[in-house]
Design a protein around this ligand. Structure first.
Ligand code: PRP
Ligand code: MN
Ligand code: MG
Length: 181
């Protein structure tokens, strides 16, 4: 048992449910990308757990690269204006790119990122997200692979943080009120 788990008020996805969701995503991605040697683009930091487990659950060849992005302007994400903090090392020309994210909230980060990667002459760009909050989305994005749709609540664990903490939980849950006070 992990001590950080005591800070959860409700477990939304147990460890078993997390891994079952990953297995389902991996099977679909494997089938669609067989023989294509896709480039998996993981978005730091939230996607670290998803990319580690997803790629290990796959049997096809994949390449993996990382990007770090940050919102700027008002300091909130609402502008949808994004800055690249760490860019890819990989040339995307002719590549089948699969962006891997932990969660789509407003969708603004991914909407910007997908357009940015599409401008680099790839063969294709698709999105695989572990979680999605349909009620929080502010933009329409075509998302090919969704692990689970969840309610519009603040969740942590499995890469998702609250003030940089809780990423190392192997389940996903909501924080208990005592954590905020
Ligand atoms: C979180 C999450 C997604 C993004 C989703 O990242 O990991 O990348 O926000 O939000 P959106 O759909 O409203 O754009 P965050 O900016 O917290 O950085 P982190 O991954 O390093 O925690
Ligand atoms: Mn993120
Ligand atoms: Mg975060």
């Amino acid at each position: 048992a992990q001590d950080v788990q005591e800070d959860l008020s409700h477990v939304l996805l147990s460890t078993e449910e997390v891994q079952a969701t990953i297995a389902e995503l991996a099977a679909k991605v494997d089938e669609d990308y067989a023989g294509k040697n896709p480039l998996i683009v993981a978005v730091l930091k939230g996607a670290i757990m998803v990319v580690a487990d997803l790629t290990r659950a796959m049997s096809s060849h994949v390449d993996v690269d990382f990007m770090a992005v940050s919102s700027y302007g008002s300091g909130t994400k609402s502008s949808g204006v994004v800055r690249i903090v760490k860019d890819l090392d990989t040339d995307l020309t002719g590549r089948h790119v699969l962006i891997v994210e932990d969660i789509i909230d407003s969708g603004l980060t991914l909407s910007w990122l997908k357009a940015n990667l599409e401008s680099r002459n790839p063969a294709s760009v698709e999105i695989c997200t572990f979680l999605r909050k349909p009620d929080a989305m502010k933009v329409d994005i075509d998302v090919k692979y969704v692990g689970r749709d969840i309610p519009n609540e603040f969740v942590v664990g499995y890469g998702l943080d609250y003030a940089e903490k809780y990423r190392n939980l192997d389940c996903v849950g909501t924080l208990a009120p005592h954590v905020y006070s």
